[in-house]
Ligand binder design. Structure first.
Ligand code: ADP
Ligand code: F6P
Length: 319
């Protein structure tokens, strides 16, 4: 293998740039020619490919977003689209590809590996929704962004003795809500993995007020959603002034935390090592504090585990 390439796909995540930098510099260090592909699979199909050197990735480790841009590409979900992508890679002499993205991007990478391109996936998503790895690039930055917002909302909620409902991202995964709910001292955490009962929630809020709570903070995962509607319901039932805040895409930006930069660098380096070893159809991740790798098929087939213990702890500590 002489030439490798890297792309970012799906939703961006802070730390993707650190991963790109690691792939490029590790690749060059190991004697590969390294190419960058812009706009994910869409750019691949359109041949948006350029050579990368050390300078292309200078001054990016601290930046959010992705210098390669990202995209969602329906055409790549078709056999024809993927064949076009594989042919483009062959035309550019690229034999190995590192895909930084979430489970959708990995599904594409897996199919590409079956067309003769060595592919390695790196978990890049704020959602932390990939079962095979304890950690995804961007999650740590996102939860710290949410925590900062929660701290600020707590100030104003306390002053006004209000209920504050904060809706956070995470698609069908409640990890962002769970971690920030615990760390932010939320009274209630609502995640798709557990569901919730509105009457019970209102009762908890009223009981909290009777015990002297000055505010009530509820973290709601987008997988359940409906923050505005819920705020109205809570206000109607409890009589307590209630506000909803949907944090939205602010959670996807910002300078990556140290943790995101370090894991992204380690995983990027490992991806290049795997290509050097002639491996394909693998994903890199973190297990028990160590870098791991696994077949993409196996990784995608793993059922998601919700951290019941963390949920239990958050609940017990919220009174
Ligand atoms: P993420 O990678 O963050 O989960 P998406 O699910 O949007 O984001 O997937 C990103 C891109 O990966 C899609 O736009 C598409 O190009 C490709 N992709 C997703 N699912 C598949 C699939 N089943 N087969 C081939 N390509 C896929
Ligand atoms: O997967 C990351 C994520 O930010 C999810 O948390 C959210 O549901 C989705 O992407 C939003 O996607 P878009 O960028 O299309 O608004």
């Amino acid at each position: 293998m002489k030439t490798i390439a890297v792309l970012t796909s799906g939703g961006d995540a802070p730390g993707m740039n650190a991963a790109i930098r690691a792939v490029v510099r590790a690749g060059l260090d190991k004697g590969f020619k390294v190419m960058g592909i812009q706009r994910g699979y869409s750019g691949l199909i359109n041949g948006e490919i350029f050579p990368m050197d050390r300078h292309n990735v200078a001054d990016i480790i601290q930046r959010g977003g992705t210098i390669l841009r990202t995209a969602r590409c329906e055409e790549f979900k078709t056999e024809e689209g993927r064949k076009r992508g594989a042919n483009i890679l062959k035309t550019f002499g690229i034999d190995g590809l590192v895909v930084i993205g979430g489970d959708g991007s990995f599904a594409g990478a897996q199919l590409l590996s079956k067309l003769g391109i060595a592919t390695i996936g790196l978990p890049g998503t704020i959602d932390n929704d990939l079962s095979y790895t304890d950690y995804t690039i961007g999650f740590d930055t996102a939860i710290n962004t949410v925590l900062d917002a929660i701290n600020k909302l707590r100030d104003t909620s306390t002053s006004h003795e209000r209920v504050s409902i904060v809706e956070v991202m995470g698609r069908n995964c409640g990890d962002i809500a769970l971690y920030t709910g615990l760390a932010g001292g939320a009274e209630s955490i609502i995640v798709p993995e557990k569901g919730y009962n509105q009457d019970e929630l209102c009762r908890t809020i009223l009981e909290g007020k009777l015990r002297g709570k000055m505010h009530n903070l509820i973290i709601l995962a987008e997988g359940i959603g409906g923050a505005e509607k819920l705020a109205k319901k809570v206000q109607d039932v409890t009589g307590i002034d209630t506000r909803a805040t949907i944090l939205g895409h602010i959670q996807r930006g910002g300078s990556p935390t140290c943790m995101d930069r370090v894991w992204a660098s380690r995983m990027g380096y490992r991806a290049v090592e795997l290509l050097q070893e002639g491996k394909s159809g693998k994903v890199v991740g973190v297990g028990n504090g160590q870098i791991i790798d696994m077949d993409i098929d196996e990784a995608l087939a793993m059922p998601r585990k919700f951290d019941e213990k963390l949920y239990e702890i958050a609940k017990a500590l919220s009174y």
